[in-house]
Design a protein around this ligand. Structure first.
Ligand SMILES: [Zn+2]
Ligand SMILES: [Zn+2]
Length: 186
């Protein structure tokens, strides 16, 4: 996911190039993202290259309800501006650059930088965008029934009879006590 944007930077405002990400895998912050696919559009703006991408990916984890392995689809619409280290290419138009050649911006994000060789590396930026789009809770399926709070079976596999009794799970412990008490009474 590294693109040479020399042509864009030396071209005209509004010039664009289209790329396709196909079946890329990434590991970010302990999350594994696979089957990353989607179109990427690079467009030359005044001082930068605007990246627009509509990306789909698949992440694997553990279902937060039933604790079985789960895969989930992630969709992200990314839009980020990448600024060239080599500001000479895009023309300064009044803006100055620092002595070391880095853009003279208050906000300077090294992950959103085009190298002095005019390479734009999408990996980090896209990874962050995908991370932000990850679901807070991974589910094996939307209607996962989870683990029974009473008898601990996976209710997707075994249909226990606990659900039929209308005992609030928070009172399950007490219910257990009463039934034991009832046995004593026998
Ligand atoms: Zn589940
Ligand atoms: Zn149960």
């Amino acid at each position: 996911m590294i693109y040479n944007v020399a042509g864009l930077l030396t071209g005209n405002l509004g010039d664009s190039e289209q790329y396709e990400i196909e079946n890329v895998s990434l590991e970010i912050d302990g999350h594994s993202l696979r089957e990353i696919n989607g179109p990427v559009r690079l467009m030359r703006t005044d001082q930068s290259v605007l990246v627009s991408a509509e990306i789909e990916a698949v992440t694997r984890g553990v279902c937060s309800r039933c604790l079985e392995p789960a895969t989930m689809n992630v969709v992200v619409n990314m839009e980020e501006e990448y600024s060239p280290v080599n500001v000479d290419l895009v023309g300064k138009s009044g803006k100055s650059s620092n002595r070391d050649g880095s853009p003279d911006d208050d906000y300077y994000d090294p992950t959103l930088t085009i190298t002095d060789q005019n390479y734009l590396d999408l990996t980090e930026g896209l990874g962050q965008a995908l991370l932000g789009a990850l679901p807070i809770a991974i589910l094996c399926k939307e209607d996962c029934l989870g683990i029974c709070p009473l008898c601990r079976v996976n209710r997707n596999i075994i249909q226990c009879s606990c659900a039929e009794s209308s005992i609030d799970p928070r009172w399950a412990g007490l219910a257990g006590l009463t039934s034991k008490g009832a046995k004593f009474a026998d």
